[in-house]
Design a protein around this ligand. Structure first.
Ligand code: F0G
Length: 458
């Protein structure tokens, strides 16, 4: 059979609301042209994020009822720890409330003024946590990542010659760790190959630099390795994922992605002394080491989710449905980052709106048009998220691409929802010259995309 069906049936439904164009116009203006400020009830198809938006399975809900809410040493903690140890082999497993809590603990311990943290690409919260510690975050993804139409199978790879050059420039002792984000969210949801993780590991070993993964989407990355990397086709995805973790000294994970839960995170590490310090910080700000800011029921849902996500029928459907969206947008002539990656399709808004310069935020302008036209919400990854003014030089920061990310929540939308998105984007593309630019009227100094207010440029 050529049709790839959703490998689940639906037991509970949640209505979504159709709004009129006039209602949407008023809602968009009330939200100051920032989709983060639109109430979710006013959104028809919500592609803002794949984070924390998964539908849980009946087994996960059953786990929620079994959750042991003891303060210390809860049964649910031991279940969670066993699953994560099996999956990753890491000796130290710290539960946190979400990915950025893991990042904050890690970079508070290893970051600081004068330090430099290289990665393929830092996600926005990762970069913000590195910089908050006083350290500098440096992105070293391969140059193919910046060429939207280049169909390199592993555009998330870290450029090892550039890593060597950075080490030579700043000295290894100033680099507390090197990070690989799998899949590379800021760079198009593109996977990193095993070969590349091994190569980065070898460079790190030569200079005694620990290697950490930002492993939010480890299962999707492992499945793309199975599909795309020579020699990996016959391996269980679980083994590939394990090899990824085996190559690392630690990992931060937001369980809101491949953990298939609505809240939760993990911090993993091998180093005993670092783990002892991390546990102290965990207790200080998250909670005791056997619950880390979560309820016992959340730990149960995560334990189940981290197993379900490695089901290869699920992963096949998941990656296929993201590719389906990408292929249909391409067929309609809409430029996207190719090839389709793990959790999202990234529309090249700079190419859709060549009439809008970066200072008029073509990505944000396209987002607003999608909401107006069809009630679809997505997120900008471009000059709003990563632009601004360099605090040291005063120069305007220009990200290499102006993108709109259509992130697909896990197990939430069916093929007809996706067909609706394809049709809506096709109609918008046909009238793309009428998309109007925006200017910022108010913005906070960090992570401005969450709350910035805009107005349309005349
Ligand atoms: N790292 C990556 C690669 C991420 O994509 C995210 C979150 C985080 C870390 C932080 O995790 O949200 O649990 O604190 N990404 C979400 C997104 C928000 O929409 O891509 P968190």
């Amino acid at each position: 059979m050529k049709t790839i069906i959703e490998p689940f049936k639906i037991k509970m439904v949640e209505p979504i609301r159709l709004t009129t164009p006039d209602e949407r116009e008023a809602i968009l203006r009330r939200a100051h042209f920032n989709p983060f400020l639109i109430p979710a009830d006013d959104v028809l198809i919500d592609l803002l994020t794949d984070s924390g938006t998964s539908a849980m399975s009946s087994e996960q809900w059953a786990g929620m009822l079994r959750g042991d809410e003891s303060y210390a040493g809860a049964r649910s903690w031991f279940h969670f720890e066993r699953v994560l140890r099996d999956l990753t082999g890491m000796p130290h497993i710290l539960p946190t409330h979400q990915g950025r809590a893991s990042e904050r603990i890690l970079f508070e311990l290893v970051g600081g003024a004068g330090k430099v943290v290289p990665a393929n690409s830092h996600f926005d919260t990762t970069r913000a946590n590195v910089e908050h510690s006083g350290a500098r975050a440096v992105d070293l993804v391969i140059r193919e990542a910046y060429e939207p139409r280049n169909r390199h199978p592993f555009k998330g790879n870290l450029d090892t010659p550039r890593l060597e050059a950075l080490i030579a420039e700043v000295a290894a002792k100033r680099i507390p760790l090197c990070l690989i984000t799998v899949t590379n969210n800021s760079g198009g949801g593109q996977p990193v190959s095993l070969e590349n993780i091994r190569a980065v590991r070898a460079v790190c070993d030569r200079h005694h630099i620990p290697l950490f993964l930002d492993a939010c989407r480890f299962a999707e990355n492992a499945y793309l390795i199975k599909q795309r990397e020579p020699g990996q086709q016959n391996r269980p995805v679980r083994d590939i994922a394990r090899e990824m973790f085996d190559l690392a000294d630690g990992a931060t994970i937001s369980a809101k992605k491949d953990g298939l839960v609505n809240i939760g995170g993990v911090l993993l590490m091998r180093d005993d002394a670092l783990a002892a310090r991390a546990n102290n910080l965990l207790i200080l700000t998250e909670g005791f080491v056997t619950y880390g800011g979560l309820a016992g029921r959340d730990l149960e849902a995560m334990a189940q989710g981290f197993q379900e996500v490695l089901d290869e029928d699920y992963l096949h459907y998941r990656l296929r449905s993201v590719a389906y969206l990408g292929e249909h947008l391409l067929a309609a002539g809409i430029p996207i980052i190719e090839p389709p990656g793990g959790h999202a399709i990234y529309v090249d808004a700079g190419a859709v709106c060549p009439h809008l310069p970066p200072e008029q935020f073509p990505g944000q302008a396209l987002l607003c048009t999608m909401y107006r036209h069809a009630g679809i919400r997505a997120v900008e990854i471009g000059s709003v998220m990563f632009g601004g003014t360099d605090p040291d030089t005063g120069e305007t920061i220009r990200p290499p691409l102006e993108l709109v990310r259509l992130a697909i929540p896990r197990r939430v939308y069916t093929q007809s929802h996706i067909d609706y998105v394809i049709e809506a984007l096709g109609e918008i593309y046909a009238k793309r010259r009428s998309i109007r630019g925006l200017r910022i009227v108010e913005a906070p100094p960090v992570l401005r995309h969450f709350s910035a207010k805009f107005e349309e440029v005349e």
